[in-house]
Design a protein around this ligand. Structure first.
Ligand code: TYD
Ligand code: MG
Length: 453
């Protein structure tokens, strides 16, 4: 007997009744009605016999031998390469460059690779491959959406000792499994296909990379519900209107998640950016109030970022606050600090904040530049473009220390900045630099210093 159930398209939660707001993840309008079908117990392959309890020292861990992708940034983010048998999810908005990145990897790897596309025909992929450019590749292209056909094909190769060393699935949302009746792209189908692929990867030690689409709001079913089923979750971020992309590991069962990779989308595919520190400073505006440069450290890399603010008297009753590339809650917190602890009256002002460059930086050392750019716009004070700021701001208006401040000072000096403002807790008198380091304890001290320049 089939029963109707409601599934959240964001987190996969199942409820018997419809709600406007998902009780599990609190997202609005994400519950969709779906036929609940019983999943047949029969699996495509049954490998359960291999998982009997074993003493830990007897378990064979060949995780040390990682497959290098020949893409420096991807290798760094993955912690050295792809672990055999692992399942990696690459999530990102449509059009950001996921297919391009993975086709590049598939073409560059020297071993046998299968690139499965449920979205594009073989000729389309060939056109893209020609655009990227390749020589002697061992990449096989397969246009297929049936999960069973893909697994059967890979299993046949595995049994004939001609197994693929990497399988790329573009994308998990386009696959379907015969074992359940739900429509393609539904939560049930995605979960089932992912489970079948994970099962295959683990039992044959073949690594699989899955592509998953998300929208800005994370609305479409997919990546969110797969996060706990896969070993590594990579996010490919950026603004489609800009050329730079950031690759971040959100979860990594085999390594850390503290590194990022930076790419630039060119006409011949994605190119790694070796020195990304000043990519967000290009075409920077000088001699305007409301602009401040932040020195940040994200994913073991330095980034200097231009922060722009516009503060104006609110025309309507409730002042507007909007932030592009920065967390709106954090902006509201910083505005409250300025109001309550520093004595600036911003309660009746509209505040618009923009981080130039289209890349989202989440390092808290951006706080100080955000605050200074707001004050600069509010008081019409032009900030000298040879000064940069580096510091987290606390709830009392104090400037808190940040990690790896020495490398940030060195990088600002290398890029030609004359002064850098840091927290006095980060200040070390002994280190000698060409750049002038200005230690400050409170936000108000920085403002006093800037207004006297
Ligand atoms: P794509 O990889 O198809 O994105 P996704 O798989 O994430 O949806 O690439 C998206 C965009 O990249 C596309 O609009 C065109 C652009 N592009 C380039 O600028 N240069 C290139 O060499 C390629 C292949 C694509
Ligand atoms: Mg694509």
């Amino acid at each position: 007997m089939t029963k109707v159930s409601f599934f959240c398209q964001s987190c996969g939660n199942e409820t018997p009744k419809w709600h406007g707001k998902c009780p599990a993840c609190n997202q609005w309008n994400t519950l969709k009605e779906q036929m609940k079908t019983k999943v047949t117990k029969k699996r495509v392959f049954d490998f359960s016999s291999s998982s009997l309890p074993k003493p830990v020292q007897e378990i064979n861990s060949n995780c040390e031998i990682k497959i290098e992708t020949n893409d420096d940034e991807l290798d760094v983010v993955l912690g050295g390469g792809i672990v055999p048998g692992s399942v990696i999810l690459l999530a990102g908005q449509p059009g950001i460059g996921k297919s391009t990145l993975l086709l590049q990897v598939a073409l560059k790897i020297k071993t046998k690779v299968l690139y499965v596309s449920g979205e594009e025909a073989q000729t389309q992929i060939k056109i893209r491959a020609n655009r990227i450019g390749f020589e002697h590749s061992n990449c096989h292209v397969y246009s297929e959406t049936s999960c069973a056909s893909i697994i059967n094909h890979c299993k046949e190769n595995f049994d004939n000792n001609a197994s693929y060393n990497l399988i790329v699935i573009d994308s998990i949302q386009t696959l379907y499994s015969d074992l359940i009746d739900s429509p393609i792209g539904s939560v049930n189908q995605i979960k089932q296909c992912c489970a079948e692929l994970v099962n295959f990867a683990k039992s044959t030690n073949t690594p699989i990379i899955l592509i998953g689409h998300i929208t800005k709001e994370g609305q479409i079913a997919g990546p969110k519900i797969l996060e706990h089923m896969v070993d590594v979750v990579l996010n490919f971020e950026g603004d489609r209107n800009f050329f730079y992309r950031i690759l971040r590991a959100q979860k990594n069962r085999y390594g850390t998640t503290d590194k990022v990779g930076v790419y630039e989308m060119k006409s011949m595919g994605l190119v790694t950016v070796k020195n990304p520190s000043n990519i967000m400073l290009q075409n920077r505006s000088s001699n305007f109030s409301g602009t401040a440069i932040a020195s940040t450290f994200e994913g073991q890399k330095n980034f200097l970022v231009e922060v722009q603010s516009l503060v104006s008297s609110a025309v309507y009753g409730t002042p507007q606050r909007s932030a592009n590339g920065f967390n709106l809650k954090r902006l509201n917190m910083l505005l409250a600090v300025l109001e309550k602890k520093c004595g600036f009256k911003l309660g009746a002002k509209d505040v618009f904040l923009n981080i130039a460059g289209g890349i989202k930086v989440s390092d808290p050392s951006l706080d100080l530049a955000v605050i200074i750019s707001i004050l600069s716009s509010n008081n019409d004070l032009v900030i000298d473009s040879s000064i940069c700021f580096c510091g987290e701001v606390g709830l009392n208006g104090e400037i808190r220390p940040v990690s790896r401040v020495e490398t940030q000072i060195k990088e600002a000096e290398r890029l030609g900045f004359k002064k850098i403002v840091i927290s006095s807790h980060n200040y070390n008198q002994k280190t000698k630099n060409k750049i002038i380091v200005i230690p400050c304890e409170k936000v108000i001290d920085v403002y006093d210093f800037l207004s006297k320049l």
